[in-house]
Design a protein around this ligand. Structure first.
Ligand SMILES: *Cc1c(COP(=O)(O)O)cnc(C)c1O
Length: 356
């Protein structure tokens, strides 16, 4: 028998979550964000589950080329634009849409010899201060871009820094965006998952949901389930050993957990080299044969330990769910001081995937 750790990917859950996004998006088109290997689920696999989306967003040319090679004809947005002018002929030939976020990219476009016009998303920085033109330069750059024969349709976009924080939200950045784009009649793309779920006024022509499509909530304290989403990834393993630990004895590296009474401890084939967070300390939730349980001690490279005090029938071979239906990945993330995005995208290549 092989190592029992498996990531199960539920393609029907992806399609369900897309339909939730569709309902929230109104008339806006959906650019399904599948960067970072489809948030750890496998980019081509999730593209298949999300083929009814109106477009796909990835970081760059390589991912987009892989999608085109599989026959996807959807609009594809390159979230980091292009890095070098050499990429432009292929971007044009493959009909990809780069995000233009720096002025020198406009100059590169103006010098490029292209077979087709390139549709672009022009990004303005409205307060996130990551990618995007400074507000005072936005109009000049837009007019320059519009005048270029190399450029086709232009969509204006921005990205929210705090849409996931109920007390703060999008108001400030949305006002800045409206000011920057006042009087322009151009399609707009603003909303990530948090904005799509919380602020219908951000809809525009294209929404860009990511995390919600994978069934997790962008908001701290919430779970995807609360919003009617279904978890796409279930990470399961099995007990590969059971230890009897006496009161006062330690478990695992550093004896980070010491038994306060005699107890049984289960050893699970899943560790930080699989993508399980090492910072998840004693008390991180798990399901043992479907029943709530907890980890004890430090996560090691290939294994972790679970408390079997409340699972008297658990034995070598018992199933342990690390996250999935009934155990939101958000809860594991918060126990580890991080967010669901990080756990999902960290799934290690060595973990076998089963889709259903
Ligand atoms: C990653 C990303 C998204 C998707 O964000 P979620 O929080 O996963 O919905 C949308 N827009 C941009 C620019 C991004 O980088």
């Amino acid at each position: 028998m092989s190592r029992p750790l498996v990531a199960h990917i539920d393609l029907a859950a992806l399609a369900h979550n897309l339909s939730v996004a569709r309902r929230l998006a109104g008339t806006a088109r959906i650019m399904a964000v599948i960067k970072a290997n489809g948030y750890g689920h496998g980019m081509l696999r999730v593209a298949r589950g999300l083929r009814k989306a109106d477009g796909f967003a990835v970081l760059g040319l390589e991912e987009a080329a892989a999608l085109r090679a599989e026959g996807y004809t959807h609009p594809i947005l390159l979230l980091e634009g292009f890095f070098h002018p050499d990429e432009l002929p292929e971007i044009a030939r493959r009909r990809l849409m780069p995000v233009i976020h720096r002025e020198d990219q406009v100059d590169a476009l103006s010098r490029a010899k292209l077979d087709h016009k390139v549709d672009v998303f022009l990004k303005v920085n409205t307060g996130m201060h990551r990618l995007g033109l400074p507000m005072p330069r936005f109009r000049d750059v837009l007019f320059k871009l519009r005048a270029l024969p190399q450029v086709g349709a232009i969509t204006v976009m921005s990205h929210f820094a705090r849409a996931d924080e109920p007390d703060i939200g999008v108001a400030h950045q949305l006002a800045a965006f409206r000011q920057a784009t006042a009087g322009l009649d151009l399609p707009v793309s603003l909303a990530n998952s948090a904005a799509l779920m919380g602020y219908p006024e951000t809809q525009g022509e294209w929404v860009r949901p990511g995390i919600m499509l994978y069934g997790a909530s962008p908001r701290a304290g919430d779970t995807g389930e609360d919003a009617g989403l279904l978890p796409v990834m279930t990470l399961t393993s099995r007990l590969i050993a059971v230890q009897f630990v006496r009161k006062g004895e330690g478990v695992g590296y550093g004896a980070a957990f010491v038994a306060s009474r005699d107890m049984r401890v289960g050893i699970v084939a899943c560790g930080y080299a699989d993508g399980y967070p090492r910072h998840a300390g004693t008390g991180t939730p798990v399901l043992i044969d479907g029943h709530p349980g907890r980890t004890v001690g430090r996560v090691s490279m290939d294994m972790l330990h679970v408390d079997l005090s409340d699972a008297p029938t658990a034995h070598v071979g018992s199933t342990v769910t690390l996250w999935g239906p009934g155990l939101p990945v958000e809860h594991v993330a918060s126990a580890a001081g991080t967010i669901s995005y990080e756990l999902l995208t960290a799934l290690a290549p060595r973990v076998p995937v089963q889709e259903y």
